[in-house]
Ligand binder design. Structure first.
Ligand SMILES: Cc1ncc(COP(=O)(O)O)c(C=O)c1O
Length: 364
């Protein structure tokens, strides 16, 4: 079986370092907001080029806390994508705001500056672009719109750890950003974990409070907060992987480029790179009119493949009433034709060639 992500192979390379860190943590029993969480927050802030990085329990929580600290709430509108994982919109709903879904670019699968501009109303308070599949959204243009219209830019970086635009990290452009460390992410831990980044001291202080029961000083509570701390053992894993993230992302890019080169002559649309943003290929996602046939051929040969995402958010049961009548033609067309192939930091050239061989067979 060829999995979407080979986490076992990645673990084998760093096992000693992780088990050593676990043993130390079990020994000192500093399980909650201990030395590894504190060190990881500093190391991640430095890597990402932000003033503050605050660990929390998941990527969903990271987005929720970022919106909360930015003061987004009831009656506010947040412009975002419908072609994303549900958590993007859930976070907006958690603070009582309304997600306003706009259409995507057919090449990058990200929301476009033009569509964002057209969706701004007096209620719009924030824009939440998703750097989908590791491809950065058009951040310079989106940031310019946010600055001009007094909107908060809150990036969903769940899939984009290490992706850059003009050599600047995603997650460092806006008011705040949320990252996910779900195991299969480019930087993944061994369970759930997340991170909020911001340059703003006040926002960082609020997020630190919110993630820890509304408290700065133990047993003194200023606001109703949450139990959303990054786990100390997960921070051990993340510190080991953060040191290697550039190598992991380079390996993903290498595999992606080999896929694209080997499939250049096939009737498929391979991923687009604009040359400005550096795509870190959280997913390697293609468009194909004969998606079902290709996926069946892969599955028949024990090669994993998946559709991210088959139903855009405006058509999901949870949103279909509030989005009645909304048409997002590019999103809908992409969702009907997209599928993703295995990609990770441990995918060999041989395996890429084997997978392409199976796909080629469908078109012969
Ligand atoms: C685009 C996007 N946003 C948010 C999330 C939520 O992250 P988590 O699963 O860590 O809560 C995910 C991932 O699962 C995601 O892919």
């Amino acid at each position: 079986m060829i999995p979407m992500v080979n986490l076992k192979a990645q673990y084998a390379d760093i096992q000693d370092e992780i088990l050593g860190g676990f043993a130390e943590t079990l020994d000192n029993c500093a399980f909650i907001l201990g030395p590894n969480v504190q060190a990881f927050e500093k190391e991640a802030a430095q890597y990402l080029g932000v003033k503050h990085a605050i660990g929390c329990a998941s990527g969903t929580d990271a987005l929720h806390l970022a919106l909360l600290a930015a003061g987004i709430g009831r009656g506010d509108e947040v412009i975002t994508s419908a072609f994303t994982f549900i958590a993007t919109a859930e976070a907006i709903k958690y603070v009582g705001a309304t997600p306003v879904f706009v259409d995507i670019d057919p090449a990058t699968f990200n929301i476009t500056p033009e569509n964002i501009l057209n969706a701004i109303t007096p209620k719009t308070k924030a824009v939440m672009p998703v750097h989908l599949f590791g491809q950065p959204a058009d951040l310079p243009a989106i940031k310019a719109i946010c600055d001009r219209h007094g909107l908060k830019l809150i990036e969903d970086c769940a899939q984009s750890f290490g992706a850059t635009v003009n050599n600047q990290q995603t997650g460092s452009f806006g008011h705040a950003a949320g990252f996910s460390f779900f195991p299969s992410k480019n930087l993944g831990c061994f369970g759930d974990g997340g991170l909020v980044t911001t340059h703003c001291d006040e926002t960082a202080a609020k997020i630190r409070q919110y993630r820890n029961h509304g408290s700065d000083v133990r047993y003194y509570h200023d606001v109703v907060g949450y139990n959303s701390r990054l786990d100390e053992l997960q921070a051990v894993v993340l510190r080991a992987k953060l040191k290697r993230i550039d190598q992991y992302n380079a390996a993903r890019r290498h595999a992606a480029h080999l896929y694209s080169e080997l499939m250049a002559d096939l009737p498929l649309t391979t991923p687009y790179e604009d040359g400005v943003g550096v795509h870190v290929y959280h997913q390697y996602t293609l468009l194909c009119e004969r998606r079902d046939e290709v996926m069946k051929a892969l599955q028949d040969r024990q090669i994993a493949c998946a559709v991210y995402y088959p139903v855009p958010l405006h058509q999901q049961n949870v949103f279909k009433d509030e989005c009645a009548g909304l048409s997002l033609p590019v999103t809908e067309s992409v969702a009907a034709r997209c599928f993703s192939l295995p990609i990770c930091a441990n995918l060999s050239d041989e395996t890429v060639k084997q997978i392409v061989g199976v796909i080629r067979g469908v078109f012969q």
